[in-house]
Design a protein. Structure first.
Length: 306
């Protein structure tokens, strides 16, 4: 039982790192939105990302990997989820404040946890359900439909949530031996390919050297996001690691203020506190449940021995 708890702790750490990397990438991409078109930026960032991940795959000896038949449909669904989530979320990000877009995405832990319980038969107690619903209420306090930050592009962020749920659940169903690095390579190639195809529908803008550097930086951050996202979904229970997605709010608020000068209002602060509080309680409750289970197992074993 101790090993299972350790796996959950690792999953939580991976998820927190994932969120920090994604917000950093979002910040750079939003800075580029005034200079580059959406799909042009996706394609150019994808080139850097694919080259970097491809180099890592070559170094690790997994550049060429034969996908098992049992994983082919699962990896396809994961790529659909990743590409769909990227397109819809970047569309929203390019047209609304980063804090608002990030806030809407915080419906994701609730959706992933429910999906894990329904499709993966993971056990989620009523206390954790209440904590997650409290977190969802906090998201609504931040979003506040009808407010200035909630425009027509908010729905694109909501659709992105659905695609990312598909991505995460599919990741969970991949066989244990499927290399995480190769999954990241497939993801990067897919996003780059879609960006290249869709960029043909837009007018290309000149790319300055400074923008090339920014794209390379964004690619570095997104690589960390890809890798740790895969690892987070493959370690421990989804219901445990998912609430740690809420850490993205901290980074979004900090970078939103430092980079874009956005100052969160009182509703955003209160909503964020509720979301973080629900995540902390979920973490506490999970430790309590596993600790109690460990003690019960120990007591049952003692009785049998006696």
């Amino acid at each position: 039982m101790t090993i299972l708890l350790s796996d959950n702790m690792r999953g939580a750490a991976f998820m927190s790192i994932t969120m920090a990397a994604y917000v950093a990438n979002d910040t750079v991409m939003k800075l580029l939105s005034d200079q580059l078109n959406l799909y042009q930026a996706m394609f150019l960032r994808g080139i850097f990302t694919t080259l970097l991940i491809g180099g890592l795959c070559l170094f690790k000896g997994v550049l060429i990997y034969r996908i098992p038949k049992g994983d082919r449909l699962t990896i396809t669904l994961r790529l659909v989820g990743e590409v769909g989530g990227t397109v819809f979320y970047l569309t929203a990000l390019f047209h609304m404040p980063i804090a608002n877009a990030s806030a809407i995405m915080q419906a994701l832990p609730l959706a992933v946890t429910l999906a894990g319980a329904i499709f993966l038969s993971e056990t989620v107690g009523w206390r954790r359900y209440l904590a997650i619903f409290a977190g969802f209420f906090g998201v609504l306090m931040i979003v506040r439909p009808g407010s200035d930050g909630f425009n027509e592009y908010s729905m694109f962020a909501v659709i992105a949530v659905l695609f990312i749920v598909l991505r995460d659940i599919s990741t969970r169903r991949l066989s244990v031996g499927f290399p995480s690095l190769f999954v990241s390579l497939l993801t990067s190639v897919s996003v780059m390919t879609v960006g290249a195809g869709m960029s043909l529908t837009e007018e290309w803008r000149p790319v300055a050297f400074s923008e090339v550097v920014m794209l390379a930086v964004a690619a570095s951050f997104i690589i960390f996001g890809y890798l740790f996202s895969v690892m987070a979904m493959r370690v421990g229970d989804i219901s445990f690691s998912s609430p740690f997605r809420y850490t993205i709010l901290i980074w979004a608020i900090i970078l939103g203020y430092v980079v874009f000068g956005d100052i969160p209002d009182s509703w955003t602060i209160m909503g964020s506190l509720i979301i973080v509080g629900s995540g902390v309680y979920t973490f506490y409750r999970e430790r309590y449940v596993y600790g109690k289970g460990h003690r019960d197992d120990h007591n049952d074993s003692s009785k049998r021995t006696a």
